[in-house]
Ligand binder design. Structure first.
Ligand SMILES: Cc1cc2nc3c(=O)[nH]c(=O)nc-3n(C[C@H](O)[C@H](O)[C@H](O)COP(=O)(O)O)c2cc1C
Length: 135
C-alpha cells in the first residue's frame, strides 16, 4: 500500500474531478471523469458510481484501476494505481449517498461507492520527475 503526498490529500478533501481508467474484458482501456473523487483515509480514495457503465462493468471484471488527478491551480498532477472495492451498503455507502442527496442537484443515488486502495503514486507533471514513482 502507498500514501498520497499531503498536497494531493488536501486537494481531494472537498471532492475533485478525477479521471478513472479501467480495463475491459475485451482488453480495451476505458476512461471516465468522476466529479465525486475524494480522499477517504491515509490509504484510500473513493468516488461515487452514479452513471458508470463501462467503468462499472470493467471494475466488476477487473478491480485494477488508475486514477488521474490534475489541479492546475494547486500544481498537482499525479496518477494513482490501486485496487477497487465496490461497496453497496454500510456506513461509507450511506454517508456518500447522503452527501450526494445534500447537493440537491437531482443526482441519482449511487449504485456503488468505489473505494480504491492506493498501491502506488506516480508523478504526472511536465518536468524532470515526469513518470517517476512518488510512493
Ligand atoms: C464533470 C463530470 C463529472 C462526473 N462525475 C461523475 C461521478 O462522480 N460519478 C459517476 O458515476 N459519473 C460521473 N460522470 C459521468 C462519467 O464521466 C461517465 O459519463 C460515466 O461513467 C459513463 O461512462 P463509462 O461507460 O465510461 O463508465 C461525470 C461526468 C462529468 C462530465
Amino acid at each position: 500500500m502507498a500514501q498520497l503526498p499531503d498536497n494531493v490529500k488536501e486537494a481531494l478533501t472537498g471532492g475533485q474531478n478525477v479521471w478513472v481508467a479501467t480495463i475491459g474484458e475485451d482488453g480495451w482501456p476505458n476512461v471516465a471523469i468522476k466529479g465525486s473523487g475524494a480522499l477517504l483515509d491515509e490509504e484510500h480514495i473513493f468516488f461515487a458510481d452514479l452513471f458508470s457503465k463501462k467503468t462499472r462493468d470493467n471494475l466488476l471484471y477487473n478491480s485494477r484501476v488508475a486514477v488521474g488527478i490534475f489541479d492546475p491551480e494547486k500544481r498537482i498532477a499525479v496518477q494513482v494505481k490501486g485496487v477497487a472495492d465496490m461497496i453497496k451498503s454500510g456506513d461509507l455507502f450511506d454517508r456518500v449517498k447522503q452527501q450526494i442527496a445534500d447537493l440537491q442537484r437531482d443526482l441519482p443515488d449511487p449504485k456503488y461507492v468505489v473505494r480504491i486502495e492506493i498501491q502506488s503514486v506516480w508523478d504526472m507533471t511536465a518536468g524532470p520527475n515526469a513518470g517517476e514513482q512518488i510512493a
